[in-house]
Design a protein around this ligand. Structure first.
Ligand code: ATP
Length: 357
């Protein structure tokens, strides 16, 4: 096991694209660290740089304290699991898994033992004589994991390993990955664009945008205490609602309504952006005595997703700040999460409130 340190690394491709700009990030020894961000934010490039598949232009990459900038990929002692699994179609599962050991001239008896152990750990003993073409997507994914495990590397690098699986299998494999990490305790750097995967898998999550780290924190803190509006809007589905507001003498004003005063806000007068999670909005008048923003709104869309509904409301007298990633027809609306059973009709006028915390 070993810590992975990215120390002010930069990568510019030949065509001038700056994929990573002065990026610093550390996965502690034994940690499961997630790199999450939108397509093109540089997360795969960062991972490939750690693997040695990309040459960086600046900075230092250290694995277990050793600078590996000039160490060839096979000598970095890390195993990478790709989205495509990259299995050899003409080899059996057993031989696919043993392949990296053969390359390293590990004795046959030792190789067999490691393959058997990994197969047992992943529950694929019965598949060892099959070829990849005779496996389901989930089984192939396990074989790719098995091939990484048998190497007993210092660290795992995983690039969207679950994205080719259907939704149900992805949830199952997510739980298996968490278990596997608990049992093996190997430092893991895991890339995904899926914020649910990031929230459920990682000890800590690094949110990347435009090749720059926006925040590195526990999933809970990223959700509750986002460092900026980018992180606030990225984590959570539907994303956080934003309303322009103003602080005056420690009191918050939204849409001309004074919502609350707080010591925390003393001395921070000026225009602010107020973030409200969909679960922070509720129908009906605000509870008595609680500092809250209340307003009337029109119901524009109701999405019933089983246990709960997402009700999109267009507030009267408040102008929400636009979220760039929200569908154009929903801009100017706020998403409110309510338990199913409460019925809302499109076009209905409702009163809505948010309690300030
Ligand atoms: P995705 O989730 O879509 O895989 P990503 O966050 O992993 O995205 P990267 O693949 O790291 O993003 O790419 C970062 C940026 O570098 C993008 O703008 C991409 O177009 C660019 N890029 C990646 N590979 C190359 C290359 N070989 N040559 C030029 N530009 C590249």
């Amino acid at each position: 096991m070993a810590a992975i340190e990215l120390d002010r690394i930069s990568k510019r491709f030949a065509d001038g694209t700056v994929a990573i700009d002065d990026l610093s990030l550390t996965a502690a020894d034994g940690e499961f660290l997630i790199l999450v961000g939108p397509s093109g934010c540089g997360k795969s490039t960062a991972l490939r740089s750690v693997a040695g598949l990309e040459t960086i232009d600046g900075g230092e990459i250290r694995i277990g304290g050793e600078v590996v900038n000039d160490v060839a990929p096979p000598d970095r002692d890390i195993a990478m699991v790709f989205q495509s699994y990259a299995l050899y179609p003409h080899l059996t599962v057993e031989r696919n898994m043993a392949f990296p050991l053969r390359m390293r001239k590990v004795a046959a008896a030792e190789a067999n033992r490691r393959v058997a152990d990994a197969a047992a750990l992943l529950g694929i003993e019965a598949l060892l004589q099959r070829k990849p073409g005779q496996l389901s997507g989930g089984q192939r994914q396990r074989v790719a994991m098995g091939r990484a495990i048998v190497r007993q590397p210092r660290a795992f690098l995983m690039d969207e390993p679950l994205s080719n699986l259907d939704a149900k299998l992805r949830v199952q494999m997510r739980a298996e990955l968490v278990n596997l990490h608990r049992r093996l305790g190997v430092t893991t750097l895991y890339v995904t664009h899926d914020q649910v995967e990031a929230m459920t898998l990682g000890d800590r999550v690094a949110v990347l945008n435009g090749g720059i780290v926006q925040q590195v924190d526990s999933p809970h803190r990223l959700y509750r205490r986002p460092a900026n509006t980018y992180v606030a809007g990225f984590m959570g589905s539907p994303p956080m609602n934003f309303l322009p507001g103003r602080l005056r003498g420690g009191a918050l004003e939204v849409g001309g309504q004074a919502a609350s005063a707080s010591e925390r806000w003393q001395g921070a007068d000026g225009d602010v952006l107020v973030g409200v999670r969909p679960e922070g909005l509720a129908p009906g008048p605000p509870p008595a005595g609680e500092p809250a923003v209340a307003f009337d709104a029109l119901v524009e869309l109701v999405e019933d997703i089983g246990a709960e509904s997402i009700v999109h409301v267009r507030p009267a007298g408040l102008e929400p700040a636009e979220l760039a990633d929200r569908p154009i027809e929903l801009r100017g609306t706020l998403a409110m999460r309510v338990v199913s059973g409460a019925t809302f009709a499109i076009g209905e006028r409702v009163s809505v409130h948010a309690v300030a915390d």
